[in-house]
Design a protein around this ligand. Sequence first.
Ligand code: GRF
Length: 202
Amino acid sequence: KNLVILISGRGSNMQAIVEAAQSEKWPVNIAAVISNRADAAGLEYAAAKGIPTAVVVSKNYPDRAEFDAALQAEIDRYAPNLVVLAGFMRILTAPFVEHYAGRMMNIHPSLLPSFPGLATHQQALSFGVKVHGATVHFVTADLDHGPIVAQAAVPVLAGDTEHSLSERVLQQEHIIYPRAVRWFLEGRLTIVEGRVEVAGEV
Ligand code: GRF
């Protein structure tokens, strides 16, 4: 099976997935890592691992639709079974999302449906929640509202800052995202009435 991973920056979730695929010997081809920014640090890691990389720069396209069409063409060169958004900081158009319906995942740094959008750790601190976390979900046109595949919770501790809280959440992201991708590749995920069923032991 072919996996394409989209990043915009650091790429630590991409790295966690690549490492899990290699150390757990998943029967998967990490076909490409694609970024919308040429300076995404994660591209260097991917290239060093021998994974094909590509950059599709949004400002080279007149609008969102044209950018998404170019991105889709680049992704589809690799015939992905699954597209993984790993810190990919672009809002995607409905036709693009529809094209990958049921085969595109994202990780969001909050316990959805709480705190969709940006600055989730700041939102959690401002709200005073005592439990925070991360969510892996299928991508739908409704931003950060797709069917939930996996979640992990962390405590919010007295004295937490955006930085300390984000670090605690990120550690969990690196556990649940590779696991969710593996479940998909094992054919264990089904979407039933907008909810994800996971077959077998979880
Ligand atoms: C992660 O916190 C992810 O949940 C969010 O953006 C961040 C990306 O980090 N969507 P990285 O690029 O995977 O290191």
